[in-house]
Write a protein that binds this ligand. Structure first.
Ligand SMILES: C[S@@+](CC[C@H](N)C(=O)[O-])C[C@H]1O[C@@H](n2cnc3c(N)ncnc32)[C@H](O)[C@@H]1O
Length: 244
């Protein structure tokens, strides 16, 4: 009997946003794997830290920042081999994922290498986009609104087209693209409808209108939400409608 592979969504950072199911599997798994940068701590491990016991074996999947020197595919091949050895030995392996495993998560690279050979279960997590809307107290989308999730590294032309076509937008992976993206949103006349959320649900969370962000840079764990206000979910809109 082989072990079982789990993709565990852990939510956006606050350990209280780990689901009961993820917690149960996390505390029972003999082997825990997680993505880690080559310098600094693993965010996924930090979320789970208070629930990891000394008896659990940890397998960091170290992703070098300079990917051109060490292609990411080789890292996932090697990690899949290591995890496969534990599964072959009959140990369950829980792969820790920040947010949701299948929402822009690196778990999918391990999944595609292992899921056809081992029993696999994915436990969904609270995604950072949902957590950011809650923290900002801004509903994401209503009724027939189209919500687009747009990665910030995309070029200006694509970003502009996607933002123009949607009623509500979540721009993720903002990081070093922050200045360029903010200038684009300003050009589109959407500054008044754009909010910034950084390290959502953590103690050092930052929330503010995009216009108020003082710096010209943002950390990797940040996003911008835009709501164009087309649908009638807010009392102010309802009053306008009633008065129109
Ligand atoms: C590779 S994606 C992973 C998304 C994750 N799987 C999820 O479901 O939220 C990483 C991006 O998610 C966003 N993100 C993740 N956690 C965040 C947090 N706590 N606060 C703000 N943004 C976050 C950032 O835009 C970051 O660049």
């Amino acid at each position: 009997m082989t072990g079982k592979l789990y993709g565990l969504g852990l939510g956006p950072g606050d350990p209280e946003l780990i689901t009961l199911k993820a917690h149960r599997i996390l505390t029972a798994a003999p082997v825990i794997a997680y993505p880690a940068p080559d310098t600094g701590p693993s965010f996924a491990r930090q979320i789970a830290a208070s629930y990891i016991g000394a008896h659990q074996l940890e397998v960091p999947v170290v992703m070098p920042m300079r990917v051109e020197r060490f292609p990411a595919q080789e890292v996932y091949d090697a990690a899949a081999e290591t995890i496969g050895r534990h599964l072959d030995a009959g140990s369950d392996v829980a792969v820790l994922c920040e947010g949701d495993p299948f929402f822009y998560g690196s778990f999918m690279y391990l999944f595609e290498r292992l899921a056809d050979r081992y029993p696999t279960e994915i436990v969904p997590g609270v995604s950072s986009v949902m957590a950011a809307a809650s923290a900002l107290k801004r509903p994401l989308a209503a009724r027939n609104d189209v919500l687009s999730v747009v990665p910030g590294p995309l070029g200006d032309d694509i970003l502009e087209a996607r933002i123009a076509a949607a009623d509500a937008v979540a721009i993720i992976k903002v990081g070093r693209h922050f200045t360029r993206i903010r200038a684009l949103i300003e050009r589109l006349g959407l500054m008044g409808q754009a909010a910034y959320a950084e390290r959502v649900s953590l103690d050092n969370q930052q929330l503010m209108p995009l216009d108020d962000v003082p710096d010209d840079a943002a950390p990797y764990f940040s996003m911008i939400l835009i709501y164009k206000g087309g649908e009638v979910w807010h009392p102010a809109f309802r009053n306008n409608e009633a008065g129109a």
